[in-house]
Design a protein around this ligand. Structure first.
Ligand SMILES: [Zn+2]
Length: 494
């Protein structure tokens, strides 16, 4: 997990609290800053420098590039920028003069891979640097490696390219001046070129180069969105996607008798409590809901939903039942009819569906059976006396408050919220479960829908069992389970 000094909750929003409903990230609180991404936006413009560094090795390449920069003075025109988009925009005569000079310092093979991108419309570039006998695949492979090694911001390669650009603007164009404050940084630039990346001093030099580049970016880089877009678009068209499925293995194994043993325990409780009262709402709600949770746990295992989207939903339902039961039980001390109220609340939700179904003339071929709903709604109280509550149960508190009230804040904040993204089909869940990452470096890490439905998810069962044991522990506090069962599955330790 990454550890950045601005990653903590307290750095977000108003000291960790949302402001107007938004928890703003620390950087976004500073206002508008236009900063171009090295990989996506700057790199295509300077890729030719990366190709030279890679071909000759960094220190020889630094020397070659400084000779090239010196020869800029001999050109019949002023080369104003190192950006490829600028160079390719020059008229043929100027481009020809520049390439002629370049080819006196470097082998034409060095820039040959770029001819797969700049061919038709950029005739003169193609003319100078195209070399027979190298296949498109070979050129693509070179561009892939170059992008991988020099495209990632903060990589050694990217820093080398940024160093070259800085020296051009400092030494040859002199548009950046060493004021007193930044003199030490200038000195570091001098040592940077003489030091190998393995040396420990580079841990100071590299960030200095990068932050210098970042701070003068607005002076030396002019974003040409058309050039950048077409650069990446062409690469997307030429090369194939390499999709990463990130398959998970289900290594966790559940004790085969676990669910069967829970059934036996529940059965005992039902027999013991059946005749205590004719209609005991607390017992009915608690055991009914726990059996509902058990059905879900059973489906999770039996239908092997553990690594599937529905597995996430299963966990969410088990958590919701557990927290709600714990909450009602706590509040029922002051409000003993809360168990009945909870039942009425749920039946009220059914009544709403029923009265809406009655508005529809023909209703068939559906799993929804109005006749059955009618029976359920009218089972205990005539629906005439039944209210429909559109709010959450016990609307004074939302579900998170209920979780906090029963000391299950962590369960809510982390697990319940995470699974809720799945329940609502929000983009985080869609991205994780249904989009694949393309690892072709030339495709900029784009996402591709998992149309063959191959991707699976991390196993949810260990968490589901852990939460279920919490539920069992809670049941035991109200309706004791057998000691044998509790110790066999270490229920008390959860
Ligand atoms: Zn791709």
């Amino acid at each position: 997990m990454r550890e950045h000094y601005l990653d903590k909750l307290k750095d977000h929003g108003d000291h960790g609290r949302p402001k107007k409903g938004i928890l703003k990230s620390p950087i976004n609180q500073l206002g508008n800053i236009t900063h171009y991404s090295w990989m996506k936006e700057c790199f295509p413009d300077f890729i030719w420098i990366a190709l030279i560094i890679d071909y000759y090795g960094r220190r020889p390449a630094f020397t070659i590039l400084s000779f090239i920069f010196k020869d800029f003075n001999d050109l019949s025109f002023e080369l104003k920028s190192l950006q490829l988009s600028y160079i390719l925009s020059l008229d043929d005569e100027k481009q020809g003069e520049f390439y002629e000079m370049l080819s006196q310092h470097i082998d034409i093979e060095v820039l040959n891979p770029l001819t797969i991108l700049f061919n038709n419309n950029h005739g003169i570039f193609f003319e100078y640097f195209f070399k027979d006998g190298v296949t498109v695949e070979e050129k693509l492979e070179i561009l892939e490696n170059i992008t991988d090694n020099y495209g990632h911001n903060k990589s050694d390669g990217a820093t080398d390219v940024q160093y070259v650009i800085l020296t051009f603007y400092i030494i040859f164009r002199q548009i950046i001046h060493a004021t007193k404050n930044i003199k030490p940084a200038f000195e570091m630039l001098y040592y940077y070129q003489k030091t190998n990346h393995e040396e420990w001093e580079m841990r100071i030099y590299r960030p200095t180069v990068r932050s210098m580049f970042g701070s003068v970016q607005y002076m030396i880089y002019e974003h040409n969105s058309e050039f950048i877009k077409s650069f990446w678009k062409k690469l997307l068209e030429i090369g194939d996607c390499r999709l990463k499925y990130g398959m998970y293995e289900n290594e966790y194994s559940i004790d085969e008798a676990f669910i069967e043993d829970i059934k036996v325990e529940f059965q005992k409780l039902i027999i013991d409590n059946m005749h205590s009262e004719l209609e005991d709402s607390k017992f009915n709600v608690m055991m009914g809901s726990s059996v509902y949770a058990l059905k879900i746990l059973n489906e999770l295992v039996e239908c092997n939903l553990r690594d599937k989207v529905m597995g996430r939903l299963s966990l969410r339902i088990i958590i919701e039942i557990f927290i709600m039961l714990k909450y009602i039980n706590k509040k029922a001390d002051e409000q003993p009819d809360l168990w009945e109220k909870y039942q009425e609340y749920g039946i009220g939700k059914y009544k709403l569906i029923l009265i809406k179904v009655r508005e529809i003339d023909e209703f068939e071929n559906s799993h929804l059976n109005p006749g059955l709903l009618d029976i359920l709604v009218n089972e205990q109280i005539d629906e005439m006396f039944q209210d429909v509550d559109f709010r959450n149960f016990e609307s004074k508190t939302n579900f998170r408050d209920k979780a906090i009230e029963v000391d299950e804040k962590e369960l809510f904040d982390v697990y319940y919220d995470y699974e809720s993204s799945y329940a609502h089909g929000l983009w985080g869940a869609v991205r994780e479960s249904s989009m694949l990452k393309c690892v072709n470096p030339l495709h900029l890490g784009h996402n591709v829908p998992d149309v063959h439905l191959k991707k699976n998810l991390a196993d949810v069962l260990p968490d589901a069992v852990r939460v279920f044991k919490k539920l069992l522990n809670f049941i035991d506090e109200n309706y004791p389970l057998s000691e044998e069962f509790l110790s066999k599955y270490e229920v008390k330790n959860e």
